[in-house]
Write a protein that binds this ligand. Structure first.
Ligand SMILES: [Zn+2]
Ligand SMILES: [Zn+2]
Length: 322
């Protein structure tokens, strides 16, 4: 269980720079189904038209950051185990309703994934109130690209995006010299103990973020509760934590319920094979595996393959019909 989310106060001061960016970007169209923000008005959302998303039966509709500000607020939900891990929420929920994760490491703070709504209160919190300065935003895959260019501009930090999914970045043409967009591929260290790892599958650039908490300094304030030191894997929906929080699953299209094929699942397993981690979480609260996550991942791969009619055979784990 996680603590209750707390709302950020509305009274936050707003800098003239923030106001300038919001005046340019606050009215850009945002798809109400997936939260993707476009640079200009259009009829369809290319993310929702793709079979990995869905256009709602009621049709395509749009909103904007300005419109959302009258009905939404941001919340912060601190993890029960580790005070350095926080989920950034939106109430009432919006679109896919993912909750980006804030990691406050000793050397700097980082945001994993993005969601559409960012309030002035959240900008103030992320700019002024973190234990260590915000140093970057990294995104797992196109479903969470969302309003990330606006976030990066508002917060003035690098935005890490995987090169293989560039065609899905719908504001690609607007990225200018003043923007801090970093395209990466394979693996990328973004901070001390923090490594992005491209896994593919759901999207070619679908990634996870690994936090090696052993690289953090030992706590000096004699906490009553031990701060976890084990590896934490932030999996987004590259690998999904099941609602039971006792297993993982592998899905190509979540809304259309199409599983990820056996070769992609084996490739993900292979990519993550040497990584030390005991905990894993998707980009939603209460999708958290607290222990033995590494062992659970390999069991989950085996059961997913079996359900699809495959087994692994021999030392190399070659796929054979079950
Ligand atoms: Zn959409
Ligand atoms: Zn997705």
């Amino acid at each position: 269980m996680a603590h209750t989310a707390h709302s950020l106060p509305d009274t936050a001061s707003v800098s003239s720079r923030t106001l300038e960016i919001l005046s340019k970007e606050g009215n850009l169209p945002i798809c109400t189904a997936c939260g993707t923000q476009y640079g200009s008005a259009r009829d369809t959302c290319m993310i929702c038209e793709d079979p990995r998303q869905a256009v709602p039966p009621t049709g395509q509709t749009w909103t904007s950051l300005t419109q959302l500000s009258s009905s939404r607020r941001n919340t912060i939900l601190e993890d029960t185990d580790d005070h350095r891990v926080k989920f950034i929420g939106t109430e009432a929920g919006f679109a896919i309703n993912q909750t980006p994760i804030l990691l406050e490491t000793a050397e700097g703070s980082y945001i994993w994934d993005c969601s559409a709504y960012i309030s002035t209160a959240l900008i103030h919190y992320l700019s002024k109130e973190l234990r260590t300065p915000l140093r970057g935003i990294a995104i797992s895959h196109p479903h969470f690209f969302s309003t990330s260019l606006t976030w990066s501009r508002l917060l003035g930090v690098p935005l890490y995006l995987n090169e293989a999914d560039k065609a899905w970045y719908v504001r690609l043409d607007e990225i200018g010299e003043g923007d801090k967009v970093v395209w990466w591929t394979g693996e990328r260290e973004i901070g001390k103990g923090l490594r992005l790892i491209q896994c593919g599958g759901h999207f070619p650039g679908s990634s996870v973020l690994h936090w090696d908490r052993l690289q953090e300094p030992a706590p000096t304030d004699h906490p009553t509760k031990r701060t976890p030191v084990s590896g934490l894997l932030l999996v987004a929906d590259t690998v999904m934590v099941q609602p039971t929080q006792r297993g993982f699953t592998f899905i190509w299209s979540v809304p259309n319920m199409i599983p990820l094929g056996p070769k992609d699942v084996r490739a993900i397993q292979h990519t993550l094979a040497s990584l030390p981690f005991s905990q894993a979480t998707s980009s939603w609260p209460n999708r958290f595996i607290r222990e033995n996550a590494r062992e659970i991942l390999s069991q989950s791969v085996a059961s997913h393959l079996r359900a699809m009619g495959w087994e692994m055979e021999g030392k190399e784990g070659e796929l054979v019909p079950a």
